[in-house]
Design a protein around this ligand. Sequence first.
Ligand code: CUA
Length: 188
Amino acid sequence: MSDDVLPGEDEDHGERTERRWAVLVTGIIALLVAMAIFAGIHDAVLPQSRTETIDPRTLHLGGEFTESNLGSALLPDGSVIVRAIGQQYSFTPQCILVPTDTPITFRMTSADVVHGFLITGTSINLMLVPGFISSIPARFSTPGDRHMPCHEFCGLGHEGMWGRVKIIDRAEFMRLAADHRRLSCVAQ
Ligand code: CUA
């Protein structure tokens, strides 16, 4: 303490410094809380990276999910892509035809509310959310019929919303694919 400091002045100075620090620390905490809230909300309202979006109101008017493009299609690389939509209270196509021993990609979306899509006896399980394209790779080793129920409550008709997946021999599928641009087993 220097000689010309008046009594009490040093105490005032200490108090001022403490108050300044208190304000600064409060400000830093408030900033961190604001950043955490912003990051949380930002994360919740934005889709994940690489998520594909689509307008559910215009699905039928054109583009990937127009009716004539739904079903299974053979790609030039020998893999199969399956496009389907869920709506209250059915899937289109209602029966999906896929080959054995072939890499398959399911690409699906919803035309109205959130639906679920799963294939019984497999780990294939998707949420169909309006506005987004859900995609999952698959491969089936044995032929057979499987159920494809909607597993997300989507309204009064939810219980009746289910379809079928028919897995057929790869060679038979390839024969059918030679004549048809899109395949399904709706009529079968
Ligand atoms: Cu669609 Cu439940």
